[in-house]
Design a protein around this ligand. Structure first.
Ligand SMILES: C[S@@+](CC[C@H](N)C(=O)[O-])C[C@H]1O[C@@H](n2cnc3c(N)ncnc32)[C@H](O)[C@@H]1O
Length: 204
């Protein structure tokens, strides 16, 4: 992960978050309040752990957070925060769903800050990012509760409008968010979907 020494990086260090990306989630949460006390939260692409730590503080001790990443995260929740279970796993692996379901059969909120390894080509990176978010939407079908909420990071490419269209067909409300802490030169945006309409026939 690229180390930068800007305002948000310093703020993250001061507040003991391992990554500045926490402020992207915080901005969306402060506006839309999609994570609530006692919620169950699944964090895909969680390493080094800022989003999970932040979600754990919001949901509190009666909630739960499960974080998944290719890299092993290991920070401890803050006092008063929900327990966090870290899984070192590829989100595309078939074993993921049963592993996650050991903690909860389904979750109230799915958050994803997944980022593919950058290739140097904007087109390739946007395509890889879209593959990852499409995987998270398939996982939502299995692991997100009906009326649950979802937020993901996407690198905008030519297929981005189709992705937003797909989200609009699956959620009651969809917002595209460019947080202040996201660098202007970055093509990343966050897409929030609230009130998931679980496809007919899916369990829960
Ligand atoms: C920007 S970082 C996440 C930062 C995190 N939200 C935080 O605040 O600490 C993106 C993460 O996505 C993970 N990732 C990328 N592809 C993945 C995959 N197929 N399965 C699991 N994790 C993946 C990377 O390992 C990386 O740690």
């Amino acid at each position: 992960m690229r180390k930068v020494n800007d305002y948000y990086a310093k703020k993250a260090r001061k507040n003991k978050f391992p990554a500045r990306s926490v402020y992207k989630l915080e901005e969306a949460q402060q506006k839309y309040k999609f994570i609530r006390k006692r919620d169950s939260v699944l964090d895909l692409g969680c390493y080094p752990g800022s989003w999970s730590l932040y979600a754990s503080e919001i949901v509190g001790p009666k909630g739960i957070v499960v974080g998944v990443d290719l890299q092993q995260a290991d920070c401890s929740p803050r006092p008063g925060g929900a327990p966090i279970h870290w899984l070192c796993q590829d989100i595309t692996a078939p074993e993921l769903v049963p592993m996650v379901r050991r903690f909860r059969p389904a979750f109230r909120v799915l958050i994803s800050d997944l980022a593919p390894r950058t290739s140097g080509s904007r087109w390739v990176d946007a395509q890889r990012s879209l593959d990852l978010v499409n995987t998270t939407l398939s996982l939502a079908e299995l692991l997100l509760l009906n009326k649950g909420h979802y937020i993901c990071k996407v690198f905008q490419g030519e297929d981005f409008p189709d992705f937003v269209k797909k989200m609009r067909s699956q959620f009651g409300m969809v917002k595209v968010i460019k947080p202040k802490s996201s660098r202007v030169e970055s093509r990343e945006v966050f897409v929030l979907g609230m009130e998931y309409r679980k496809p007919a026939g899916s369990s829960r």
